[in-house]
Each structure stands twice: as structure tokens, then as C-alpha cells.
Design a binder for this molecule. Structure first.
Ligand code: G1P
Length: 289
């Protein structure tokens, strides 16, 4: 079965990027000349997904506005001789079928995913976390879909992180299957030192089955008093096959300033018009650092 739907949780308050995120949702902060969330939507679309559910919150109307038409602006651009720009804006708005659903209370990532249930139904679905921008040749969601087509069940995207940082993520207990694939037997959110299984963590990409919703609905609060997606996945270990893909790609946590700046530099260097200029600028500037 092909994955046709994706959920992008984007309701977080953006506290690590304040004050910039006081009035502007972190998901629409620019990376080169695109808002961050567009990279996630493009990844989903390039992975064959057309139906995208973005979980927002009451201060984040800019996200849905971005994916709407803007008739006045488009008309103005056309009249001023910028028809190509107007067409580009239309193209982005038509890129996918996007619905925005509000998470009314900030009860955690697991709760955000549960909010999507009426729109996901019984189909398996991809999850792309709003903060995790991943640059890769083959879209990471597609790398997970490859494993899903072969093994079914659920799939998580993992990478190694320095062991001293694993408590910021989660730790995955897994045994090698082949190449970059592993069988998962447990996952622990924000592990204490004695709870660390491996230094592999789930980094922002999942393919989940609809069984996750029942588990999430009955799950007690976990780390930080929040409903944790990782806890729900752990509860399904043993009843569902869960495959980890050690995905190929460079991942940036754009929810904090360092990760955001790294993603900014990398994506701007790849930008067709400013990229070559930026490369020269950085080289020149580095001489005086
Ligand atoms: C979330 C997940 C965690 C994951 C991390 C990075 O944590 O709960 O399992 O490793 O994203 O994708 P958060 O960054 O919201 O604390």
C-alpha cells in the first residue's frame, strides 16, 4: 500500500527561537527564500504524498495563509510585470491538498498526532516533524516508504547522535536487518543514562499505522507531563513490526538558533541565484575571522 497522507505537527510555541517567534511562527521563518515548512511539504510531495494535515495552534494562521491563494498580491505582481512570481506563488499554493487542524491544548507531540485522526482515518500515514529539515538526495520520507513497502507495520527514521546528547531525543533498541535497516524492539523518550539502549534516535520522520491512535488516546502522560509519540510507538513494539531506517541525509533542528543558522547556510548555498555569491562571500569573510 502506498502512503498517501502526511501529518506535519507545527503547533509548538517556538520558545527556543524567541523573540523572533513571538509574532511569527517558526515554521514560516525563511530558509533562503522559502518558509521552513515548505521544505517539509515538498519532501512529502516528492515522496508521492498529496494529502497533508498540518497541526497548528491559534497563533499560527500565517501557515495556512501561506498555502492559500493571494489574489491581490498576484494581481499586483502580474500588473507590475512579475507574472512569473505570481505563477510561482500559485504553484506553491496548489502543491498539495493541505488542511490545517488546530491543537487546542499543548499536551505534547502524541496529542498533536491524535488531533489528526479524523483526517487520517484508517490509512497508514507519514509524520514529518516541523523542526526537522533534512537535506538528502532521496527524500527521507521516501526512504521510509521503501522500507514500509517491504515490511509493512511502522517505520521510524533514525540516525546516530553523540551519546552525550541522546537524552535530548530518544533511544532506539534495535538489531540489524540488512544495509541501513533494523528491527526495533523498544524506544525510550528522553532516556536517563541507565535507560539508554543505543545512540540511535528517531529524528523527525515516521510512518505510522492507524493503530497508534487507540494507543495515544489511552496513554498516560510521559516525559514533561506530555503525551509522547515515542511512548505510543514503544507500546506497539511486539504487536507490530517496527523497522528503523538509518536514513541518508543531513538533518537540522531548525527549532534552535544553531540548527536554524546551519540550515540557513546550507540551503542558501544551494540556492540557484544567491548560492554562488554566498560561497564567495563566506570565503572572503572567513579570511578575516
Ligand atoms: C521530538 C521527539 C523525539 C525526537 C525529536 C527529534 O522531541 O519527541 O523523540 O527525537 O523530536 O526529532 P522534541 O524535540 O519535541 O523534544
Amino acid at each position: 500500500m502506498n502512503i498517501k497522507k502526511a501529518v506535519i505537527p507545527a503547533a509548538g510555541l517556538g520558545t527556543r527561537m524567541l523573540p523572533a517567534t513571538k509574532v511569527v511562527p517558526k515554521e514560516v521563518l525563511p530558509l533562503a527564500d522559502l518558509p521552513a515548512i515548505q521544505y517539509l511539504v515538498e519532501e512529502a510531495v516528492n515522496s508521492g504524498i498529496q494529502d497533508i494535515i498540518i497541526i497548528t495552534s491559534r497563533t499560527k494562521t500565517a501557515i495556512e495563509d501561506y498555502f492559500d491563494y493571494s489574489p491581490e498580491l498576484e494581481a499586483h505582481l502580474e500588473a507590475a510585470g512579475y507574472g512569473e512570481k505570481a505563477a510561482e506563488l500559485r504553484k506553491f499554493a496548489d502543491m498539495a491538498n493541505i488542511v490545517c487542524v488546530r491543537q487546542k491544548e499543548m499536551l505534547g507531540l502524541g496529542h498533536a498526532i491524535l488531533t489528526a485522526q479524523p483526517y487520517v482515518g484508517n490509512d497508514p500515514f507519514a509524520v514529518l516533524l516541523g523542526d526537522d529539515i533534512i537535506l538528502s538526495e532521496r527524500p527521507v520520507t521516501l526512504q521510509l516508504e521503501d522500507a514500509y513497502r517491504e515490511f509493512g507495520g511502522m517505520v521510524i527514521g533514525v540516525q546516530e547522535v553523540p551519546i552525550e546528547l541522546i537524552s535530548r531525543y530518544d533511544s532506539v533498541k534495535m538489531s540489524p536487518l540488512r544495509d541501513r535497516l533494523y528491527d526495533v524492539s523498544a524506544v525510550k523518550e528522553k532516556p536517563r543514562p541507565e535507560e539508554i539502549y543505543t545512540n540511535y534516535a528517531i529524528l523527525g520522520r515516521y510512518i505510522l499505522s492507524s493503530e497508534i491512535f487507540d494507543v495515544l488516546r489511552h496513554l498516560p502522560p510521559g516525559h514533561g507531563g506530555e503525551i509522547q509519540l515515542t511512548d505510543a510507538i514503544n507500546a506497539l513494539c511486539g504487536t507490530q513490526r517496527i523497522t528503523a531506517v538509518d536514513f541518508e541525509g543531513q538533518r537540522f533542528d531548525t527549532g534552535n538558533l544553531r540548527g536554524y543558522l546551519q540550515a540557513q547556510i546550507e540551503l542558501s548555498l544551494r540556492h540557484p541565484t544567491v548560492g554562488p555569491w554566498l560561497r564567495e562571500y563566506i570565503k572572503e569573510r572567513a579570511k578575516t575571522l
